[in-house]
Ligand binder design. Structure first.
Ligand code: PLP
Length: 377
């Protein structure tokens, strides 16, 4: 029998460490981007109430109108972007929104520009669609795209540019003028921008501006409730873009998930309409952890990134004889701390490990102390 899907899709180097960490009792877990908080109580309550009140049915594929209206307001309030309801598709998390964006903008054999270091999960989706991911470098300490580097990678098959601010794993936010330049550059080359904005509300310094402010007609932006409301396991996100693109991707969504869980959409509505202090409180915790971690690493003389947002820190291993994968495996086995190897995010972050700030402060600081000792050995 013929099996059409390429079975050699890229696997995540974070997964390898995570799977080992799960088998090892008492491991300090700093490898994944899982908030250590729970979803707000009023959101849990809203889900329960929606189910009890009979909201247990299929809905419009694009999402219930009330949720899309609330999302319109959120996009105006937080992202400074005006979108009509027809320009918003509710998705089961950010990942499916990204997958649809790849599918809509590029075909088999086409190329999409992807940051290096960047979130590894972009690659599996693209590979399954036969799309070639062409990596462009983000260089320490700035970790922002350079137009020269992008220009060198453009070919007749380039269709889109993936941007991710604040980014995983770098956490960096570029200046508005650089975002504007990137928009002009994409326009000049007739490219789409696929803007991954799932960390849009975890910003410590500065403001993150969506490319959709300048070029809404060629921006597909992906958002999620996962990180903002600590709802990773609930699977709720949304994709925004020009109406024609969203209408055609909604047709695709109809043939994949039909509609997102109805009580979940009501819970999402409550998350948006409820008190937003919960978001600010979580952000404060991540910020405090970033500051404590950076202070510790500075005192120990260990180079690291300086994230403006998201909840990750890149830490330089400074051991030329070990790959970051070998380092992460040894650090886990010998010191009981799980970190993500830099190589999982691309060749540019070989020599680094990523530490999640979404872990409890005591775990984070204990993990860093062990890292310092391990590096000294
Ligand atoms: N984009 C980035 C950069 C991420 O780090 C993640 C999750 O870790 C996602 C997208 C997907 O998030 P979700 O599918 O949970 O919304």
């Amino acid at each position: 029998m013929h099996w059409a899907l390429d079975s050699h899709l890229p696997s995540s180097g974070i997964r390898e460490i995570l799977d080992l960490a799960l088998k090892r009792p008492n491991t300090i877990r700093l490898e994944t981007g899982e908030p250590d908080f729970s979803p707000p109580g009023f959101v849990v309550q809203a889900y329960r109430q929606a189910a009890l009140e009979g909201h247990n049915h299929y809905t419009q594929t694009s999402g219930i109108p009330a949720l899309r209206t609330a999302l319109q307001m959120k996009l105006e309030r937080i992202n400074g972007v005006h979108r009509s309801r027809e320009e918003i598709l509710v998705t089961p998390g950010g990942i499916p929104g990204l997958f649809l964006a790849f599918m809509g903008t590029a075909g088999a054999g086409d190329e999409i520009l992807v940051p290096d270091p960047g979130w590894p999960d972009y690659l599996g989706g693209m590979a399954s669609l036969g799309i070639q991911a062409v990596r462009y470098p983000l260089i320490f300490p700035e970790f922002v795209p350079s137009l020269d580097d992008l220009e060198k990678r453009i070919t007749a098959r380039t269709r889109a540019l993936v941007l991710n601010f604040p980014g995983n794993p770098t956490g960096r936010i570029p200046t508005d003028s650089l975002i504007r330049e990137l928009c002009l550059w994409a326009e000049r080359h007739d490219l789409w921008i696929i803007s991954d904005e799932v960390y849009d509300q975890i910003v410590f310094d500065g403001e993150v501006l969506s490319p959709a402010r300048w070029i809404p007609e060629r921006t597909l932006a992906v958002y999620s409730f996962s990180k903002t409301y600590a709802m990773t396991g609930w699977r709720l996100g949304y994709l925004t873009g020009p109406e024609q693109a969203i209408t055609s991707l909604t047709q695709v969504a109809m043939g994949i998930w039909s509609s997102v869980s109805e009580p979940l959409q009501y819970a999402g509505l409550r998350a948006l309409n409820g008190p937003q202090e919960v978001v600010a409180q979580m952000r404060q915790h991540y910020r405090r952890r970033r500051d404590l971690a950076e202070q510790f690493l500075d005192q120990a003389g260990i180079p690291h990134s300086h994230p403006d947002g998201a909840f990750y820190l890149l830490v330089r291993m400074d051991t030329s004889d070990l790959s970051s994968r070998a380092f992460a495996l040894r650090f886990l086995n010998e010191c009981g701390v799980a970190v993500a190897p830099g190589s999982a995010f691309g060749a540019m972050s070989e020599g680094w490990v990523r530490i999640s700030l979404a872990a409890p402060e005591s775990d984070l600081m204990d993990g860093l102390r062990r890292l310092k000792d391990f590096l000294r050995r």
